[in-house]
Design a protein. Structure first.
Length: 115
C-alpha cells in the first residue's frame, strides 16, 4: 500500500505560478514511476507529467516548457512546479505512483487559474 498526500493547490491569476507537492508513505526509491494527472470538469483525466526511476521525464505537449516535475528521494516527495499558468490549466491535479504495477492516487488538489 502506498499513500500519497498532496498539497499546494489554490487560486492564481493567469501568468502566475503554483507548486504542488506529493508526499509518499514509503520510500519513493522503490516506486517505478511517479506522475501528475489532471481532470477538468466534464473531461477525462489526463497525464500531465511523469518521472521514472531511471530519471526519464515526460511532459504532455500542453504543459511542456511551463511545468517542471522533480523528486527528492530523501523526503519521499515529488513536486510539480507550474509556471505561466493559463485558465485552461484549471483542474483537479492528482499525484500517481506506479508501485509494482499497481497505481495509487492522491486525494487531488484543486488548481484554479483566473483570466
Amino acid at each position: 500500500q502506498v499513500q500519497l498526500v498532496e498539497s499546494g493547490g489554490g487560486l492564481v491569476q493567469a501568468g502566475g505560478s503554483l507548486r504542488l507537492s506529493c508526499a509518499a508513505s514509503i520510500s519513493i526509491v522503490s516506486i517505478k514511476a511517479m506522475g501528475w494527472y489532471r481532470q477538468a470538469p466534464g473531461k477525462q483525466r489526463e497525464l500531465v507529467t511523469v518521472i521514472i526511476d531511471d530519471g526519464t521525464i515526460n511532459y504532455s505537449d500542453s504543459v511542456k516548457g511551463r511545468f517542471t516535475i522533480s523528486r527528492d528521494n530523501a523526503k519521499n516527495t515529488v513536486w510539480l512546479q507550474m509556471d505561466s499558468l493559463k485558465p485552461e490549466d484549471t483542474a483537479v491535479y492528482y499525484c500517481n505512483a506506479d508501485f509494482w504495477g499497481i497505481g495509487y492516487w492522491g486525494q487531488g488538489a484543486q488548481v484554479t487559474v483566473s483570466s
